[in-house]
Design a protein around this ligand. Structure first.
Ligand code: NAI
Length: 384
């Protein structure tokens, strides 16, 4: 692929990361933000990130200088008039994003491809603001962009093959692993990962175990890198809660995604996690020790959360949110799960996982625990 003129709008966390990535792949990048202070900070932030890579011998000082030299910082959209591909990474607000796209279409050429890095808004709703919606798609990166290998591509109803193919080729050249998701709330990763948090919260709320023990169960038994509470504190409870709430609302209040009052209380108290020093854990004190002895309790917790995750992945596959392969890639490359959830189901036995869900459903009699119809299809596919 030849070098392109890339425009990125929004020089915050994500926009800066995307700019570094695109410049690292050799493209000329213009990074635009309405806020002058953000534009200045973005330059310093990218430089710091590149310096770290030099210190770790991942690139030479000369390479870092060249990459930085390919990024041009601006506060005016008009500068994007010759861009061939523009990625929007501004504030997560439908009205503001739509207004931006209307403005942008009056500036760029009709052939310029447009993408949004939205994590929760409908791609079709954003596309509805455009005169040429065929050139538009969702392009969801993960934070930190230069490090996380995955990107989700989300075509809208109008997105054309050319736009998809061009962006797919571009992502490959930028060293990313692409998966294709339907335009559904949370796309693949943020949807399938919900039970990791919500079921852990539910187990805590039932008084079954404390945060440290639930975290320990997931890391020690199933090999997750971080337990759910440590991870929510790391992501930020405000961010994690907002994603849950938006997926829940956008899925017509599906009980599986219902947010937790425990987490809402933390957000209200500004106990946002690591960034405020306090969340589920108090990072100014010594962290509490888990109960490591009660093996039955630990495996009960770990399996319950895993069944719920598998149920979610099976459901996503059954309803065609993404292909089997992309669901597996998304969860291993987007959130570092130790194994693809569909493969995990096969290892444990699909019937065994279905029975796990049925036991939960029978004991709670709540819709939240109903097994996905996809289990039966998966079982019949395996036996074909
Ligand atoms: P951020 O708050 O760090 O940056 C957003 C930037 O957009 C700000 O600097 C703001 O000044 C600028 N902005 C707002 N309106 C603008 C406009 N009309 N024109 C130009 N610039 C404007 O936000 P962040 O975290 O970088 O998120 C950006 C987008 O990426 C959001 O849609 C978010 O949902 C999505 N996203 C965020 C992830 C994360 O982990 N932070 C992960 C994946 C997607």
């Amino acid at each position: 692929m030849s070098k392109m003129h890339i425009g990125i709008i929004g020089a915050g966390t994500m926009g800066s990361g995307i700019a570094q990535l695109a410049a690292g792949a050799g493209h000329d990048v213009i990074l635009v933000d309405v806020n002058d202070a953000v534009v200045r900070n973005a330059g310093a932030g990218i430089q710091k990130s590149l310096n770290r890579l030099v210190e770790k011998s991942k690139m030479t000082n000369q390479e870092a200088i060249s990459i930085y030299g390919r990024i041009h910082f601006h506060n005016e959209l008009n500068i994007l008039k010759d861009s061939q591909f523009v990625i929007e990474a501004i504030v997560e607000n439908l009205k503001i994003k739509k207004e931006l796209f209307v403005q942008l279409e009056n500036i760029v050429n009709p052939s310029c491809i447009l993408a949004s890095n939205t994590s929760s808004l409908s791609i079709n709703a954003l596309a509805s603001a455009l005169k040429i919606p065929s050139r538009f798609l969702g392009l969801h990166f993960f934070n930190p962009v230069p490090v996380m290998p995955l990107v989700e591509l989300i075509p809208g109803l109008s997105s054309d093959r050319y736009a998809m193919d061009t962006v797919l080729e571009c992502m490959q050249q930028w060293g990313k692993i692409s998966v294709i998701a339907k335009d559904t709330p949370g796309f693949i990763v943020n949807r399938i990962a919900r039970p990791y948090y919500s079921e852990a919260l539910r187990i805590y709320e039932e008084g079954i175990a404390d945060f440290a023990t639930i975290d320990y169960a997931m890391t020690s038994i199933h090999g997750f890198k971080m337990g759910p509470f440590a991870l929510m504190d790391f992501i930020g409870n405000d961010v994690n809660y907002a994603v849950t709430q938006s997926v829940w609302e956008a899925c017509y209040f599906e009980p599986r995604y219902r947010p937790s009052i425990t987490q809402r209380n933390l957000v209200s108290a500004n106990w946002l996690g690591k960034k405020t020093g306090k969340g589920f854990y108090n990072y100014e004190l010594e962290l509490p020790l888990p109960d490591t002895q009660n093996k039955l309790l630990l495996s009960g917790i770990a399996n319950r959360i895993l069944y719920m995750l598998i149920n979610e992945a099976v459901d996503a596959w059954y309803f065609g949110l993404a292909s089997y392969e992309d669901i597996e890639l998304a969860m291993t490359k987007g959130v570092n799960y130790p194994m693809g959830l569909l493969h995990w189901a096969k290892e444990l036995g699909i019937q065994h996982c279905l029975s796990g869900m049925e036991t939960l459903h029978n004991s709670y009699k709540e819709d939240r625990y109903r097994p996905s119809p996809g289990f039966l299809k998966l079982i019949s596919d395996v036996h074909e």
